[in-house]
Design a protein around this ligand. Structure first.
Ligand SMILES: Nc1ncnc2c1ncn2[C@@H]1O[C@H](COP(=O)(O)OP(=O)(O)OP(=O)(O)O)[C@@H](O)[C@H]1O
Ligand SMILES: Cc1cn([C@H]2C[C@H](O)[C@@H](COP(=O)(O)O)O2)c(=O)[nH]c1=O
Length: 210
């Protein structure tokens, strides 16, 4: 019997929007409502493989040309798809990724201003046939995200960017969501964590029944 392909769910949002907070909840929900034999793979970008994690360290801490940054994001992604995402989906696992290509459009395209045609060419080259089945976009005003970040830890290269960078990043996320309304679910991340979890539960239940 042919194995049914798994589902691919990505989490997106500007830094501090709250996506990492909800990944554990989503994994737990799928484990308890998705049947005993559901296999979940939780991963992240940049990163997700030994090579990708080395690239992540460079990407989050070294200054570099914006095209170098975009190319390294996609290099990390190429490895991630080959080593983790595709094999997992092929064996029927559900993959939950903390960021995917929408983040490159938002940060390198929107935030840094890299030409969109080049971003689209990279996307077409690296994964012409793969897209998440579902993308949760945690949307929040910049000031709210910034206040949440400041309360937590020391800031990496991206988190130290200024308000105009995050305004452009958020704008590009919303543009991608409007371009791909079938897969995007926009979550108003100014809500309480409990209210967001209730909303996520409904969306996941619908996905499980689809
Ligand atoms: N809805 C919310 N209400 C209040 N606080 C929240 C909410 N969501 C997340 N937080 C808090 O905001 C902080 C940042 O959340 P989190 O790490 O999930 O953000 P993130 O989007 O994953 O950020 P990054 O992309 O930088 O990792 C944490 O302290 C978290 O507890
Ligand atoms: C995949 C991807 C990520 N980024 C940025 C976005 C964040 O600032 C960091 C990752 O940190 P997180 O705390 O794990 O969210 O990387 C990017 O600029 N481009 C990308 O493609």
């Amino acid at each position: 019997m042919t194995q049914q392909r798994g589902k691919f769910i990505s989490f997106e949002g500007i830094d501090g929007a709250g996506k990492s907070t909800h990944i554990g909840f989503v994994a737990q929900f799928l484990r308890s409502h998705g049947g005993a034999d559901i296999e979940l793979v939780t991963t992240r970008e940049p990163g997700g493989t030994p090579l990708g994690e080395k690239l992540r360290d460079l990407l989050l801490h070294e200054k570099m040309h914006l095209e170098t940054e975009a190319l390294l994001m996609f290099a990390s992604r190429r490895e991630h798809i080959a080593q983790v995402i595709e094999p997992a989906l092929a064996r029927g696992a559900w993959v939950i990724s903390d960021r995917f290509t929408d983040a490159s459009f938002a940060y390198q395209g929107g935030g840094r201003g890299m030409d969109r045609a080049k971003m689209e060419a990279l996307e077409q080259w690296v994964h012409p046939h793969l897209q998440p089945d579902l993308t949760f976009l945690f949307d929040v005003p910049l000031e709210v995200a910034r206040a949440r970040l400041d309360a937590t830890r020391s800031l990496d290269k991206f988190e130290q960017e200024q308000a105009d960078f995050f305004a452009a990043t958020r704008q590009e996320y919303l543009r991608r969501a409007a371009q791909f309304p079938q897969r995007f679910r926009i979550i108003d991340s100014t809500q309480t964590i409990a209210a967001i979890q209730l909303q996520l539960s409904g969306m996941l239940q619908a996905e499980l029944s689809a």
